[in-house]
Design a protein around this ligand. Structure first.
Ligand SMILES: C[S@@+](CC[C@H](N)C(=O)[O-])C[C@H]1O[C@@H](n2cnc3c(N)ncnc32)[C@H](O)[C@@H]1O
Length: 214
């Protein structure tokens, strides 16, 4: 799946950057949730990570919330090239969600905005474990994804001759995976699709439990 996902986003990266240059397509409630996440990030010098940062369109908003230093990772080198232009002060690397290039407890917060949409539930469990490994105790993790069950297939993604296969997730299933990995759930949410969206959207906000709370 990772090779297919990397190839997909390498193909569509330039178009993605044009179609979704920033967060103007997001619902106001989505931005409020990211703001809430930002308020939960503990003070410190380690980075806040945009995991699956894509073209980096969320990074300027995270910077505006005072969350620097920022970091990003993504599977797709073409998406990462955009992200480096978008957020020149952030440390951005090509890496998978399942093997984050950070030491244990080396990250103060993780935003994972529509990056698990190509991952199966079993893969999400691994991603949750990896997020728990790199997060400081008490630090927040916010995930956004398309909500539901089953798959979503687009034969021509972003107008290119390449198909997109996405996996829908139920917020309660994501919350269960996070709980198993040592997170405490702060909020789960689901909203109706905006006019340009095909599916409802799911969100889970959690914190890395402190050792005595796990
Ligand atoms: C729909 S885009 C979202 C990008 C960005 N977060 C945004 O909101 O614009 C999904 C991104 O997640 C990345 N991605 C998907 N699965 C990944 C994985 N297992 N590891 C790292 N990146 C992944 C893709 O390469 C792609 O850039």
């Amino acid at each position: 799946m990772a090779d297919t996902t990397r190839s997909l986003y390498d193909t569509v990266a330039d178009t993605y950057a044009c179609v979704l240059p920033d967060l103007r397509a997001e619902a106001a409630s989505d931005l409020e949730l990211i703001y809430r996440f930002g308020r939960m990030v503990p003070a410190g010098e380690s980075p806040v990570l945009d995991a699956g940062c894509g073209t980096g369109r969320v990074l300027p908003y995270l910077a505006s919330l005072g969350l620097a230093p920022l970091a990003g990772i993504d599977l797709s080198p073409a998406m990462v090239a955009h992200a480096r232009r978008h957020a020149p002060d952030a440390r951005i690397a090509v890496a998978p969600l399942t093997a984050l290039p950070f030491p244990d407890a080396g990250v103060r917060g993780i935003l994972c905005w529509y990056a698990i949409i190509h991952s199966t539930h079993a893969e999400v469990a691994v991603i949750a474990e990896e997020a728990a490994r790199v997060l400081v105790q008490g630090a927040p993790l916010l995930l956004a994804f398309q909500a539901g069950t089953g798959d979503h297939f687009v034969p021509r993604a972003y107008g290119h001759d390449v198909s997109l296969h996405a996996v829908l997730h139920e917020p309660d299933d994501i919350a269960a995976a996070l709980t198993s990995a040592g997170f405490q759930i702060v909020a789960t949410d689901r909203r109706d699709p905006l006019s340009v969206e095909k599916h409802g959207q799911g969100f889970v906000l959690a914190v890395r439990a402190k050792a005595t709370e796990a």
